[in-house]
Structure formats: C-alpha cells, structure tokens
Design a protein around this ligand. Structure first.
Ligand SMILES: NC(=O)c1ccc[n+]([C@@H]2O[C@H](COP(=O)([O-])OP(=O)(O)OC[C@H]3O[C@@H](n4cnc5c(N)ncnc54)[C@H](OP(=O)(O)O)[C@@H]3O)[C@@H](O)[C@H]2O)c1
Length: 282
C-alpha cells in the first residue's frame, strides 16, 4: 500500500519546512510548494538528510496567481492526499499591491488562494484526510473587514484580516465537509512568535533574534493540528507566543466574523466569478 501523502504549502522554508520534516519522519511522502527554486533545493537537501525514506517532491506554486493553483491541481492529477497544510504566507508587504487576479496581496495569497486550493483538492482527499489552516495571533486584532477597500488601509490590516479569514474559512469548511458527509476534517494552528525567513524592518529582525522561538518550535502547534481531533485550534502555551503546543480558544474576532457570516460567502462569490470567467487575469 502506498504511503500517506502530505501537501505543505510554503514547505520550503520556516515553519512549513519544519512541519514537512516532522511529517516525513512520521512516515508521510511529501509535496512541498513555494515559488523559489533556490529555497526548494535547500529544503529538499534538509529533508533528504532528516528523513531519507520519504519521497519528497517540490512543485512551484505561486499563491498570488489562481492559475498557478489550477496548474498545481492538474499536476497532482488523480493522486489522493491525506494531509493538506495551508501554511504559506505573505508577511506584511508594502506598498499596496494586488495578486494576478486583482485581490489585495495578503488577502489573495494567504486567504483566497488557500480557500481555492482546498476547494479544488477536496475531492481527492482520502477518507480520514485532514486540512490544517495556519493563522496568526494577530487574527484576534482583526476587525473582520475582510475584502473591503484595502487601498485605503495598511498592509498590516490586510495581513491581520487574511489570518482571521484563515480561521473563519477553516470553521466553515469543516461544517461544509461534514454536511456533505465527506470524511475530511479541519483544524487550525498558529505559531506564536517564531524566527523564520528574514523579513521586515531591522527592528523587527532584531526583535525576532532576541525574542522569537526557532521555527522548529513554532511548527509544533501546526504539527499537533495535523494529528489531533478535528475542529480545534493550536498555539504556543505561554502568552500564545512561545512554548509547547496547546489547544487555544478561537479569538472573539472569529466569533463575531462568523456571526456576521459574510467572509465565506464573499470569498466564494469572488472565486465563483473568477471561475466563471468574469474576473480575468491581466
Ligand atoms: N513566523 C511567525 O512568527 C509567524 C507568526 C504568525 C503566523 N505565521 C504564519 O506562519 C506561516 C509560515 O510563516 P513563516 O514564518 O514560516 O514564513 P517564511 O519563513 O517566510 O516561509 C514562507 C513560505 O511560504 C512561501 N510563500 C511565501 N509567499 C508565497 C506566495 N506568494 N506563493 C507561494 N508561496 C509563498 C515561501 O516560499 P517562496 O518565497 O519561495 O514562495 C516559504 O516557503 C504563514 O502563514 C505566516 O503567516 C508566522
């Protein structure tokens, strides 16, 4: 019988790579994705040393382009998967920019593309499969204005909203899968404050060096979410910034966004329009 297959978006660096290493050691074959071939080669090297028995493939997947998601789906073909870790993330990137299909960058990459990816792959999930969404502690500070007027807001607001949308999507997707009697479950995780690939200002980098936990520790909540019971949210134990993984409560912002009930339908609406050819790539 073939080994279980895990797909880790952004599995070429940081938390995604550490998660991929843990999954390879746990006996999964792996598909890791990212844009940079250079990062991929380094990641494949580390994975081959850490878990030489795992079959690991890298596929270029650019989450700022839904055509790339479609390409990935076609590349996977009829293969079945057991674990999909929606981990890749654009950090706060300035100035304002949009994805290929015109979504605000953070919303498009972190939220829309992962929602779309989950949708296009769902029929190829094996019974008992799991989807994990990787969010952030900053989701609690989102006002839930997802998909509204980003040109007049800061990229930081968009990043927070995208991470809130990850959680709302996870909850709603879990419900939809259960309603349709699909044996695929969903969990969520956030890595607290973790030192991963270099980004941001010198001040952020300095703070990371002094205060953040290594990516191997930041990945632990994500790894817990791969194997725990369904519908739970994992984060680090101490102030939700550092330490061993523990189950954490969903922030109030998620509860209120779920009450409003607009994020899921808006996002689906955008994707439906795209698929129907109403939203065209440039
Ligand atoms: N580090 C933290 O403290 C922290 C805190 C809260 C939440 N998170 C979340 O944790 C997740 C992983 O973050 P990390 O810190 O490990 O980040 P990272 O070290 O920067 O790694 C990000 C990964 O995502 C890929 N990626 C980035 N943009 C992409 C795009 N447009 N399309 C496709 N792939 C893309 C990168 O590969 P390429 O660049 O080659 O594409 C890389 O493999 C993210 O969702 C992030 O929001 C991290």
């Amino acid at each position: 019988m073939s080994k279980k297959l895990a797909i880790v978006t952004g599995g070429t660096a940081g938390i995604g790579l550490e998660t991929a290493i843990a999954l390879a050691k746990a006996g999964f074959d792996l598909v890791i994705t990212g844009r940079s071939k250079f990062k991929a080669e380094l990641a494949l090297e580390r994975l081959s040393v850490a878990a030489s028995n795992a079959k690991v493939e890298w596929v270029e997947l650019d989450l700022s382009d839904l055509e790339s998601v479609r390409f990935f789906s076609r590349w996977l073909g009829i293969r079945k998967w057991d674990l999909l870790v929606n981990n890749a993330g654009a950090k706060v990137e300035r100035p304002f920019k949009t994805t290929k299909q015109g979504f605000e960058w953070h919303i498009g990459v972190n939220h829309i593309a992962h929602l779309f990816l989950s949708q296009v792959l769902v029929n190829r999930g094996r019974d008992g499969a799991r989807i994990v969404f990787v969010s952030s502690i900053v989701a609690r500070r989102s006002a839930g204005t997802v998909l509204n007027d980003y040109e007049s807001q800061s990229p930081g607001v968009a990043y927070r909203d995208s991470k809130l949308a990850n959680l709302v999507t996870a909850i709603n997707l879990g419900k939809v899968l259960a309603e349709n009697n699909l044996d695929i479950t969903v969990t969520m995780a956030h890595p607290g404050f973790t030192r991963a690939s270099a980004y941001g200002t010198k001040l952020i980098r300095a703070a990371e060096i002094v205060l953040a936990q290594p990516a191997s520790k930041g990945a632990k909540p994500v790894i817990s979410a791969c194997f725990s019971e369904a519908d739970v949210y994992w984060g680090p134990k101490y102030f939700q910034l550092w330490g061993p993984p523990t189950q954490v409560n969903l922030p109030e912002s998620v509860v209120s966004a779920l009450d409003k009930g607009d994020i899921w339908s808006d996002s689906l609406g955008e994707i439906r329009r795209y698929l129907a050819g109403e939203l065209r790539p440039d």
